[in-house]
Structure formats: structure tokens, C-alpha cells
Design a protein around this ligand. Structure first.
Ligand SMILES: [Zn+2]
Length: 81
């Protein structure tokens, strides 16, 4: 008997904001990405290994890590404006 296991990474854009990028200095769209890693067994995702949030500049591609609290705050802020 053998097992096939691994990790499945999925990323999705959960919010889009616009501000001056700290890396390229352009006032560009920033995608907020939720990145989840799941443990898989026989290619079936079983449970979540970890979630991280990051901000990606659409102009230069620079990524900045966000905490879950920062991500939640960003969603609340854009929901109220
Ligand atoms: Zn940039």
C-alpha cells in the first residue's frame, strides 16, 4: 500500500485597493491575496495547514505580508467606503 500526499496552495484576490506603492512609488492598484495551504491525501484537500495574507502591487509585483488583523481591517475599511 502506498500513500500519495502533498500540499495544495490556493490563492485568491479578496480585495483591491489603490495606494502609493512603497517599492515603486506609483499610485497603483494593490491586490490583497489570501493564500491557503491545504494538506492533501490522494489529491483530496483534507485540512488547512496555514493561511497568509499579502498585498501585491500590480505595477511592480512587490509583495508585502499582511497579518490577519490587517487583512480584516482592509476589508472592513473598503466595505464602509
Ligand atoms: Zn509597486
Amino acid at each position: 500500500m502506498f500513500l500519495i500526499f502533498g500540499a495544495n496552495l490556493s490563492e485568491k484576490v479578496i480585495n483591491v485597493v489603490s495606494f502609493v506603492c512603497a517599492f515603486c512609488g506609483a499610485d497603483a492598484r494593490q491586490d490583497m491575496i489570501k493564500s491557503s495551504t491545504r494538506f492533501t491525501l490522494f489529491f483530496i484537500p483534507l485540512f488547512l495547514l496555514g493561511t497568509r495574507y499579502l498585498n501585491q502591487c500590480t505595477n511592480c509585483g512587490a509583495e508585502t505580508a499582511l497579518t490577519a488583523a490587517q487583512a480584516r481591517h482592509s476589508l472592513e475599511w473598503s466595505g464602509s467606503h
